[in-house]
Design a protein around this ligand. Sequence first.
Ligand code: FES
Length: 150
Amino acid sequence: MVDFMGMMKQAAELKSKMEAMQAELDNTEVEGVSGGGMVSIKLSGKGEMKSVRIDESLIKPSDREILEDLIAQRKADAFFTCGSNRLLKLMQRLGKKHGIPGQVAMEQIMVCGFGACYVCMRTFEVDGQRVLRRVCRDGPVFNMQEAVGW
Ligand code: FES
């Protein structure tokens, strides 16, 4: 014989546990840090942005609060990054997801510095085609979405 009362009690307990877990997620805060702690972003357990902190040494102090507020309010209209492949991939993913364009300043070993030796080549993907570009002559700043990581 089916114990409907027992099942109803279990369903109520499960619902209560789910609500408690949802509340716990609301109160959970996750922090991502990059650049040796120079930039950090805090998200709720549900992925909602809580705050952005950018070290004062990276930007003018007067601009920091404005920039952090714009990102937190999802009013960023462009991303810019350099150096870290991991950060490039993150910014590409966020840019694609939110339709925000961006640029990456690339670092590369150079010999001539004016486009003759081809030592500084990097790979890009343009309209589905892989192309090589010289960082010294064609960059060093490129469309973030075209850059292929390293
Ligand atoms: S450093 Fe020689 S081509 Fe870029």
